[in-house]
Design a protein around this ligand. Sequence first.
Ligand SMILES: Cc1cc2nc3c(=O)[nH]c(=O)nc-3n(C[C@H](O)[C@H](O)[C@H](O)COP(=O)(O)OP(=O)(O)OC[C@H]3O[C@@H](n4cnc5c(N)ncnc54)[C@H](O)[C@@H]3O)c2cc1C
Length: 532
Amino acid sequence: MADSDIQTYDYIVIGAGSAGSVVANRLSANPANRVLLLEAGPASHPWSRIPIGFAKLIDNPAANWCYSAEPEANTNGRKMPVPRGRLLGGSSSINGLVFVRGQARDFDTWAQMGNKGWTYTDVLPFFKSIESYEGGEDAYRGREGPLRVTDPDERGPLYDGLIEAAGQVGIPHNADYNGANQEGISLSQATIANGRRMSTAHCFLDPIRNRKNLTIETGAWSEALTLDGKRCTGVRYSIDGKPREARANREVVVSAGTINSPQLLELSGIGQPERLQSLGIEVRHALNGVGENLRDHYAPRTRWRIDAPGVTYNDKGSGLGLVKQALRYLFTNKGMLGIPAAPIRAFVRSRDGLEGPDVLLGWVPMLYEPGYKMSKIPGVTCYAHPMRPDSTGHIHITSADPRTPPAINFNFLSSSLDAEITIRAVRIARALMTAPAMAALQTSEIAPGAEKQSDEDILDWIKAVAETTYHPVGTCKMGPDPMAVVDEKLRVHGIEGLRVADASIMPTLTSGNTNAPSIMIGEKAANMVLNG
Ligand SMILES: Cc1cc2nc3c(=O)[nH]c(=O)nc-3n(C[C@H](O)[C@H](O)[C@H](O)COP(=O)(O)OP(=O)(O)OC[C@H]3O[C@@H](n4cnc5c(N)ncnc54)[C@H](O)[C@@H]3O)c2cc1C
């Protein structure tokens, strides 16, 4: 490519997802910084603004990379779907809209692993500056950030019944699980305002579209970083198959997410030398941790029939009910079309002696069949899983062609503790769903099924049905150890001018959903780029 065709910027951000949109916003706040933001997907999708659009986009290639994992023993050889957002806002534009920070100990653990500046006390200001939320206490919650976070206004017998049943099995109600203490059952806080999805595209990019120093290119697929020795100088990408190149005077920030960030590093010659050589890729920098340390939440969905009338959306949201819900949404922005994927959740302890909750239960207020299709049977779905699993897998390219999807191996339940806690999680879901307050709603178990009582039977069922809750992290791990990819400032070890800022840098999974911590990572990354 002729030099005259190559545009030069101060910063290039690759991937406009949860983290990348925030990075681009904050870096371009100073008009002196020229910033290029590259996004492989389109600018938007009509379903991404409406919360219920989650179910429409979960397997829709117009806005989703639609990856799938390799078959493995503990998924009974299934090719598990791995959805990832592929449009401005990234996965925040297609996700389940639930907003969970995690526990203070998650971040304290990262710091304890050698990452200075990542204790909860350190990251709390960044959690606060990204959000604007009306509840909770000022000490914990942000009031003026670009991201609107709200409590759902759905109430009714199902939510009342679950909260009462939780109390009957010793799980307290918690008004703000993103505050001082996560433990208990709560209505889910959501990235929804006025019935609309609050993606990072909407909250962090739409308001700054007129900045002259920010260039956003969509349909721009980054194929390799350009390197001059051990310095990253820019990126090669393509739009509509036409090759492009851009240079960064200062830094390139890779925010392509847990699947694509390690892929891009490997395509650029940064990774495990033997693997790269075997694919004919010139090794530019040996870094054995690239693509390793993959973690995700592997969650069985327990299924419950509820015969009391008017309790679930299978009742209230089908046939004429669906028309009513659509009209309600149209005129009030409320109802089934405007709620997060799992509007109520509980953070609980799997056993005595723990310092805090280690299991998440989340309820979808309807029974659904595979592919989020509403079942004809009225009921609810309750997923249950360990929040900080130990099992780790990996993601690696299998070809030098950027268009070939990388191979995703989760190694789910390779830690026996993960299997044990998942079984306990299913038993806790059972105890809660059969407590008197839920029994009063005429609740009966469909799956795993009352006949499955032994640990072995429950584990066999988990392996047959569990899926991820779409929270892959960790493949460009932050840390000081030889398998870490970035340091505590998110700089790629051994390469100048290159950082990774997205969910891939998490050394361990946070206790809950991963959008809020990914956005926090973007906010903190930008701060470190600008202020050292
Ligand atoms: C279906 C689903 C449901 C979820 N539900 C929830 C939930 O309810 N609550 C929650 O907290 N979390 C949820 N998550 C997880 C959460 O959304 C993610 O953890 C978070 O968005 C990850 O942010 P990120 O910045 O790491 O990556 P992403 O937001 O995925 O951003 C990566 C971006 O980079 C782009 N990109 C990738 N490769 C390239 C390339 N080569 N060139 C250019 N651009 C590229 C992608 O298209 C994408 O826009 C869900 C995720 C999914 C997929």
